[in-house]
Ligand binder design. Structure first.
Ligand code: KG4
Length: 340
């Protein structure tokens, strides 16, 4: 028998709802919030208010576009965390209300697990190969940088993670500091294509094991730009492409060094990437290149599934539903989730 899951995602600044049938995508609606543009970052209170406005039309549209009635939904998957508490509350409360109204069970999903399973969003018109288990996922977003070993859709082990900033944060903060705009990742990605990645070098951390650190390289860039600007006020304007290309290369080197180490240590050759930073064109090229060199099977998520979306939450919820998991009605959202 088919299983239809409605997914609801509201962890940050995108309100999204999606419907999947046996893991196949029927609809995926995303309302991106524009209210934060002037602030150079997401303003939590504004985000929750926008979610409140968006959630009903977004969920209704997702059900309508899927061509189903709400009674046909078997389970409601929602993001429990990590994320902004006010934002998560909107999605969680809505899921509970719908669960009571339709008398259908809820399944809670860790947002990061959604990113990790993004490669399992099946599309009728675009079949893609899925990684086989166990695989390694380089999970890189605005809030996290992790290497995760995935043994099954509900079975994870974090092999390494950042001890300070996330890589997306390094992109965003450095872009903001250089006055290039927000979010920083896409801007730096675009400018880096026009620059020389070997022109400048920035400090790389020496962290034992498979953990990451990005605060040092961020500071290294800040001091570098500040010192050069003291000598030549137009330095940044005249060299921003080379700075972006060199900075981006440093971040990618750091990410890849540990990913390669993890693959060697575990002997796993199935490798995926996920999260907002997995949209980065240089990172995608590099993963593909290293994969060819090292005999890995690499899987890159489609661009639309790299950023926050409910399709991945619905799919993660689908697997959890099949595994028999159900969320109680008194479940509360959590801003930080230590584990999967
Ligand atoms: O996963 P995501 O949408 O949000 C969470 O953090 O949950 O990730 C957002 C992050 C931001 O830091 C943004 O700058 C980064 O993903 N990002 C990119 C690119 N597109 C988005 N970073 C590098 N290159 C990109 N093309």
């Amino acid at each position: 028998m088919s299983v239809i899951v409605l997914g609801i995602e509201s962890s940050c600044d995108d309100t999204s709802a999606a419907v999947v049938k046996d893991g196949y995508l029927l609809s995926n609606v995303i309302a991106s919030q524009q209210v934060h543009k002037d602030f150079g970052g997401v303003v939590p209170e504004l985000a929750s208010r926008a979610h409140e406005l968006n959630i009903v039309p977004v969920v209704s549209r997702a059900i309508e576009m899927a061509g189903i009635t709400s009674e046909q939904i078997d389970a409601i998957a929602f993001t429990r965390g990590p994320g902004l508490l006010g934002s998560l509350l909107v999605g969680t409360s809505f899921a509970k209300t719908l669960s009571i109204a339709l008398d259908k069970p809820m399944v809670m999903v860790n947002h990061l697990q959604g990113h990790i399973l993004a490669g399992f969003v099946r599309q009728y018109d675009k079949p893609v190969s899925e990684p086989s288990f166990p695989y390694l996922c380089l999970l890189v977003s605005g809030g996290n940088s992790q290497i995760v070993r995935v043994d099954s859709p509900v079975d994870y082990e974090i092999l390494g993670q950042t001890i300070d900033d996330a890589v997306g944060e390094a992109f965003d903060k450095c872009s903001k500091m250089m006055g290039l705009g927000y979010p920083g990742g896409p801007v730096i990605d675009r400018l880096a294509k026009l620059g020389d990645p070997m022109k400048y070098t920035f400090a790389k951390p020496h962290i034992p094991g498979l953990d990451y650190s990005f605060s040092g390289v961020k500071t290294s860039l800040l001091y570098f730009v500040r010192d050069r600007m003291a000598e030549d006020p137009s330095f940044l304007e005249n060299n921003k492409e080379d700075i972006c290309a060199s900075f981006q290369k440093t971040l990618i080197d750091i990410l890849m060094d540990k990913l390669i180490k993890a693959a060697k240590q575990t002997g796993i050759r199935e490798v995926t990437i996920g999260g907002g930073v997995s949209a980065n064109s240089a990172l995608r090229e590099r993963v593909t290149l290293e994969g060819k060199k090292r005999g890995w099977n690499t899987y890159l998520p489609e661009f639309k599934f790299t950023t926050d979306n409910a399709a991945m939450i619905a799919v993660a919820g689908y697997f959890r539903y099949l595994a028999g998991e159900r969320a109680p009605l008194d479940v509360a959202p959590v801003s930080r989730l230590a584990d999967y």
